[in-house]
Design a protein around this ligand. Structure first.
Ligand code: SF4
Length: 442
């Protein structure tokens, strides 16, 4: 009899990509995916370590699963519990020692071993950084959506002082151009029209391309140019970049390549050079502003989004004011902003001059008000205008379909026929807080 599994994914797009690949690993074992965890044979928590209290949240989820497992046992049934992702990497054996109902703990670089570990039917922790690449062992993704993530790079060598990624995902690793191309071609055959190239620090991509004659190293720009030739691939995005790795060739590519969408997510984190230095960000406020000017010259309609941390240790009112000044100078299309909270094991967690919680909250409110205002101005500018939209799914209302504009805004339209997987021009006539509404211009 087939068994069912459910994956609960926390955190970033890379974790969602990993969950898709874990699902493909399990299917040849006779497992099918279910959205009903309460009746599943196997539950996987694919955890994230970026947000505050990540491990507490995971342990509380494990506690709930543990009760479920104990109840099943009373009726002679089992539930396998697997913990994957960055918290699994960071906590390792501690997870098994804190809850004996967990069966397997696998890190982000070892989850390709999951089928083998499940067959062994014993308590196991596998969170080392193996010499082999997991990508060599993963089955291809059989997607049916029109947009897909493709991990091209993992890990990070930047060591920002607040971030756990270099410890949980390891050193920078780039997949080969040939492997990525093969994966994208397979996705296109399965109906995908748009790919987002993923990496913790995607702009530092340096993968190998092997042709019959020779082999050479490709930058992110080289890779984008290479995959742009794939027939059927209509849109390309990439995520997430570091300001110090965006070079002239990539800037020019934004101006020259119609398949490269006019959207750039470029975290700045703070507008104060003093704080950027403490964060070990390797860029300054001035270099960031200069970079944005250059990309806007190359592609004037580029939508810029960013990440901000407020209340980093030592951040004064003056530092925060500098962040606000940068925000006002740049005008972001969308942004993510958070209060600083220490991650165990990071250099910033050992810094002494912590900012009061109340001050952090006040600063975050002020910053988000400004950022929301900028997002609203950006979205309002499309009222009465035309956007190109790739439709991905049905909306909540009858005959409603939802897609993404070239600037990554959600757009809703009404259509009697299914338009999923199609790209259409849409006349925008209305907006709500998070999305735009329009009419099809077929
Ligand atoms: S560049 Fe990004 S992933 Fe790398 S350490 Fe800094 S914040 Fe973390």
């Amino acid at each position: 009899m087939n068994k069912s599994f459910h994956i609960k994914t926390y955190g970033c797009q890379m974790n969602f990509y990993d969950s898709t690949r874990i699902a493909e690993l399990l299917k040849p074992m006779g497992y099918y995916e279910s959205n009903l965890p309460e009746s599943c044979d196997l539950i996987i928590l694919n955890t994230c370590h970026i947000r505050e209290k990540a491990s507490e949240k995971m342990y509380s989820d494990i506690g709930r699963l543990s009760i479920m497992k104990q109840n099943r046992k009373k009726y002679g049934n089992d539930l396998k519990i697997v913990i994957a992702g960055c918290v699994a990497q960071a906590e390792g054996k501690e997870i098994l020692s804190r809850n004996r109902d967990v069966d397997i703990v696998v890190g982000p670089q070892t989850y390709h071993k999951l089928p083998e570990l499940l067959k062994r039917n014993e308590k196991l922790v596998l969170n080392d950084f193996p010499n082999e690449s997991k990508f060599d062992f993963l089955p291809l993704i059989n997607k049916t959506q029109s947009s897909a993530f493709v991990t091209i790079q993992e890990g990070c060598d930047k060591f920002c002082s607040f971030c756990v990624v270099p410890y949980t995902r390891g050193a920078e690793f780039s997949r080969s151009v040939n492997e990525i191309t093969f994966e994208i071609e397979h996705l296109i055959l399965n109906g995908v029209k748009e790919v987002t190239l993923l990496g913790q620090n995607v702009s530092s991509y340096h993968g190998m391309y092997r042709s019959k004659e020779n082999k050479s190293k490709y930058s992110l720009t080289d890779l984008i140019q290479h995959i742009s030739k794939i027939e059927g691939l209509q849109r390309i995005r990439y995520l997430t970049s570091h300001p110090s790795d965006i070079k002239e060739d990539l800037i020019k590519e934004h101006g020259n390549n119609p398949k490269l969408m006019p959207y750039l997510h470029l975290p700045i984190q703070s507008g104060s050079n003093k704080i950027l230095k403490k964060m070990n960000r390797k860029h300054t406020k001035e270099s960031y502003i200069e970079l944005i000017k250059k990309v806007r010259i190359a592609r004037s309609d580029l939508a810029i989004s960013s990440d901000f941390i407020v209340g980093f240790p030592g951040e004064t009112n003056k530092d925060f004011e500098e962040t606000l000044e940068v925000v006002k100078e740049i005008n972001f299309a969308s942004s993510y902003s958070f209060k600083y909270s220490p991650r165990p094991g990071t250099p910033a967690s050992l810094m002494k001059d912590h900012v009061e919680e109340e001050t952090k909250t006040n600063r975050l409110q002020i910053l988000q008000k400004e950022l929301n205002n900028q997002q609203e101005i950006f979205n309002n500018s499309f009222l009465g205008q035309k956007l190109s939209v790739l439709f991905e799914k049905k909306g909540k209302k009858t005959n409603q379909f939802v897609g993404k504009s070239q600037y990554l805004q959600p757009v809703h339209v009404i259509s009697k026929q299914s338009i999923i997987g199609e790209i259409h021009d849409v006349g925008i006539y209305n907006k709500t807080s998070h999305s735009l509404h329009g009419n099809l211009k077929i």
